[in-house]
Design a protein around this ligand. Structure first.
Ligand code: AMP
Ligand code: MG
Length: 484
């Protein structure tokens, strides 16, 4: 814990300093035989970290938390959360550590965080560990989301620990080094509120304002402005998920950030055929977190945030509730507008084009059980004059032809469409194939997939299979597991 691994890694500890009641000083468990599996060199460079150094034994020791720079104060963070609707007052980082905050060369503050680094006081029955497959899953999907332009935490590296992790079968263990705007969650605010310490709640809100929504500090009512800012970024975020066909799978309040970044890629998956009732997660038996429910669930999570923040809104509880309801009321219109704007862009239409064209297309996609990603690319081909591929996907019904006629009459811009409609998303069958191979020791399919999803808007020769939908057995019956 004492050797300086590199003069270039300077870790601040703003969270631990501002919110000591929510930070438990902790240390990573030793990794018997760590070796680097994947490193995002571009991200390392963005952070001001030297990728070549991160590949050295000292660098890898930082990436598993075995050696932290002098002055760093790794902590497990406390948070609460509503999980599938039920409140757990004390969740926290059971198998994760915040190593500290990095200030990037351009002045942004980023958490450097480990997942799978051993049991903490919040581990309850868990072993504190993570298996290689799920950590690589988070790596590749967060990279895909970033490349698709969706706000997300980032995966800096995955290090195999050399330890066997027991799940249904023995699996290779790994640690994910994750980078985020912060790890503040709705559940963090719920935790502060549940302590009954009004001053802690206020300090957390002020910390969140400084960290994510500094403009709120200028508002007449900064804490209400903070809530409104979280509503706004989350409305944008969930609209982006819907537009790319992303299903988070476990939208508990502890997995909903204040920053507006997507976090915690467990049982997440991408849609193939467009069907709002799609659920892939094996634990989501009620379909609470189905694709089409995501905006509603987000609104529900934001209502829980509002409840937790009530004492900050006004001393008078009725007045506080009134303010919260009004602020939360902005979620729907903001989400609807973000979705409509995104659909217009995907359809190559001007910002003032009729939003009904987008809504009607979604109905046609659902009726035809058409592949979401392929359909929008095929519409780009249609905008250039060939409606064959899209009629094949949607079904050549009179309703489809009538819609195509009206859309083409609005003059879609095919080049603009190709810039926003991906060719490649991390399709479930490709992710499973890559993770199974990696778990068995062959990283080549994972590296090819990572490359394919990193440039999602380019139709590249040789990568055709990354653009194709899943074979039928990966359709409705496909299940993801919670990624522990
Ligand atoms: P997640 O579903 O990964 O967001 O985790 C929900 C909660 O369970 C968090 O408090 C995690 O830290 C904890 N958790 C998940 N997996 C493990 C594990 N293997 N060991 C200890 N805690 C875990
Ligand atoms: Mg989580």
């Amino acid at each position: 814990m004492s050797v300086a691994p590199s003069p270039t890694v300077d870790l601040d500890h703003r969270f631990a300093r501002d919110l000591p009641e929510m930070a438990v000083a902790w240390q990573a468990e030793a990794a018997p035989d760590p070796h680097l599996v994947v490193l995002d060199e571009a991200l390392a460079a963005d952070l001001g970290l030297d990728p070549a150094w991160l590949r050295t034994p000292e660098g890898v020791r930082l990436l598993v938390g075995a050696e932290v720079p002098p002055g760093a104060r790794p902590v497990a963070q406390a948070y609460s959360g509503h999980q599938f609707g039920g409140f757990s007052p004390r969740l926290g980082d059971g198998r994760a550590l915040l190593l500290g905050e990095v200030v990037t060369p351009d002045g942004r503050v980023r958490d450097l965080h480990l997942k799978g680094s051993g049991r903490t006081p919040f581990a309850r029955g868990g072993d504190g560990l993570a298996a290689l497959g799920p950590m690589l899953r988070e790596h590749v999907i967060s990279q895909a989301m970033h490349a698709l332009g969706v706000p997300t935490t980032r995966a800096l590296a995955v290090v195999a620990t050399g330890r066997t992790v027991l799940r249904e079968t023995p699996l290779p263990g790994a640690v994910l080094a994750r980078v985020a705007a912060s790890h503040l969650r709705v559940g963090s605010v719920q935790y502060a509120r549940a302590t009954g310490d009004a001053e802690l709640l206020r300090r957390l809100a002020d910390h969140a304002i400084r960290r994510h929504h500094p403009q709120a500090a200028e508002a007449e009512h900064p804490h209400l402005a903070l809530f409104e800012a979280v509503v706004a970024v989350q409305a944008q975020l969930v609209a982006r998920w819907m537009l790319v066909g992303f299903i988070h799978g476990v939208m508990n309040t502890d997995n909903t950030t204040l920053s507006g970044e997507t976090i915690d890629y467990g049982p997440c998956a991408f849609l193939d055929a467009y069907d709002p009732s799609t659920v892939y997660s094996s634990i989501d038996t009620g379909g609470r977190y189905a694709y089409g429910n995501q905006p509603l669930v987000l609104e529900w999570n934001l209502a829980r945030l509002a409840e937790a923040m009530l004492p900050l809104f006004d001393e008078d509880e009725d007045r506080a509730v009134e303010l919260a309801v009004a602020a939360l009321g902005r979620f729907r219109p903001q989400y609807d507008a973000a979705l409509a704007d995104g659909l217009r862009a995907k359809l190559g239409l001007r910002p003032d084009a009729d939003a009904a064209l987008g809504e009607e297309l979604l109905a046609l996609l659902e009726a035809g059980r058409a592949d979401l990603t392929q359909t929008f690319r095929a519409l780009g081909v249609a905008a250039r004059g060939d409606t064959g591929p899209v009629r094949e996907l949607l079904g050549a019904t009179p309703a489809v032809d009538a819609w195509l006629g009206r859309w083409l009459a609005a003059g879609p811009d095919a080049d603009a469409m190709d810039r926003v409609n991906p060719v490649v998303v991390p399709r479930n069958h490709l992710v499973e194939e890559a993770l199974a191979a990696a778990t068995a020791g062959d990283l080549a399919p994972f590296e090819r997939l990572l490359d394919a999803v990193s440039r999602p808007f380019e139709a590249r020769a040789g990568l055709e299979r990354y653009a194709a939908p899943a074979p039928p057995e990966f359709g409705a019956s496909y299940r993801t597991f919670c990624g522990t």
